[in-house]
Design a protein around this ligand. Structure first.
Ligand SMILES: [Zn+2]
Length: 198
């Protein structure tokens, strides 16, 4: 077990996803992801018999974990979510990432990695301009500049499901939860307690 597992001590678990590889080939065979409300996660996995822990707490919410699970041909055999209402955790997470980016000489590899997350940070700032530190505002500007505009335009035109009604809409007409990435028609607060932006 890697010492990085210490990074999860004290974190609130908001979700658990267990997945297995049914193809009989490939590795790992079993993986369990502990999800945290600040859009980070930690993975335990098993290749043969030992249980291993990942090398660090990962950045990314449910979408990122599901991307990894499907990319490795795993199927989800257990998932459970109960995201607690933690106020301000998104702002704190962004501030932490902004400081890390600043300390590393504004290197692009320390920006958010997905256009989705970059745009969510921009949408969030439009409602919290006065609360943003100088570094955080610069960080969000740099993330915006890194967005692939054409790709994002086509994402905005793709249809996503409203969690309340189950109906699909163009993303442009939906709000996004800053904590769990789920999409909703209308604004306000997500059922997980996260703020809706966009
Ligand atoms: Zn949510």
């Amino acid at each position: 077990m890697k010492t990085a597992v210490k990074g999860i001590v004290g974190k609130t678990i908001s979700g658990v996803i267990a997945a297995r590889n049914d193809t009989g080939t490939g590795s790992p065979r079993y993986r369990v992801f502990l999800m945290f409300p600040d859009s980070t996660y930690y993975e335990f996995y098993c290749c043969t018999d030992d249980i291993h822990g990942a090398g660090g707490v990962g950045d990314g919410g449910l979408d990122e974990v599901m991307r990894m699970v499907t990319a490795n041909k795993h199927s989800v055999n257990y998932s459970s979510f109960d995201v607690p209402k933690i106020k301000g955790s998104y702002a704190e997470k962004l501030e932490r990432l902004a400081v890390r980016w600043d300390k590393n000489g504004n290197a692009p590899e320390f920006l958010l990695t997905k256009d989705w997350d970059r745009m969510v940070s921009l949408y969030w700032r439009s409602k919290h301009e006065s609360e943003c530190s100088f570094v955080l505002s610069e960080f969000i500007d740099a993330n915006k500049a890194a967005v692939d505009e054409d790709a994002w335009h086509s994402v905005l035109c793709s249809r996503f499901r409203c969690n309340r009604t189950g109906d699909t809409y163009k993303l442009d007409n939906l709000s996004i939860c800053v904590l769990c990435d789920r999409t909703w028609f209308g604004g306000g607060v997500c059922s997980c307690g996260g703020e809706l932006v966009g």
